[in-house]
Design a protein around this ligand. Structure first.
Ligand SMILES: [Zn+2]
Ligand SMILES: [Zn+2]
Length: 113
């Protein structure tokens, strides 16, 4: 047995293994494609259904944003790090970053449910 002339048995085994792994890859790829396609299709269906119903979100009345619960829309909070400050300080609301609005959690900022 020489390198130029490999063992026919080993070659057959390698071929079988190659075929096996090849089919596993093909099947796996197929499953992945089906799973991805299915997810996209169901997501599109949900989106279409949502648009058709177009039920306005109760929480934000379709505005997609609600008043910030932390600062109540004031965009800043009364928060004093020291007990008796010499000057009144307002801190930017950490929840809404000063926008006074929060994304509606009921519709996740979609405006419709
Ligand atoms: Zn806020
Ligand atoms: Zn909403």
């Amino acid at each position: 047995m020489s390198r130029a002339d490999p063992d026919p048995g080993a070659r057959a085994l390698r071929g079988a293994l190659g075929g096996f792994f090849g089919s596993v890859l093909a099947v796996g790829g197929g499953f992945t494609a089906i799973a991805l396609g299915g997810t996209a299709i169901s997501r599109a269906a949900v989106e279409r259904q949502r648009r058709r119903r177009n039920t306005k979100c109760d929480s934000c009345a379709g505005e997609r944003f609600v008043r910030c619960a932390t600062c109540l829309g004031k965009r800043a909070i009364d928060w004093q790090p020291i007990e008796r400050p010499s000057v009144d300080r307002m801190c930017l609301c950490p929840t809404c970053q000063g926008s006074g609005l929060q994304k509606c959690l009921n519709c996740l900022g979609q405006g419709v449910v």
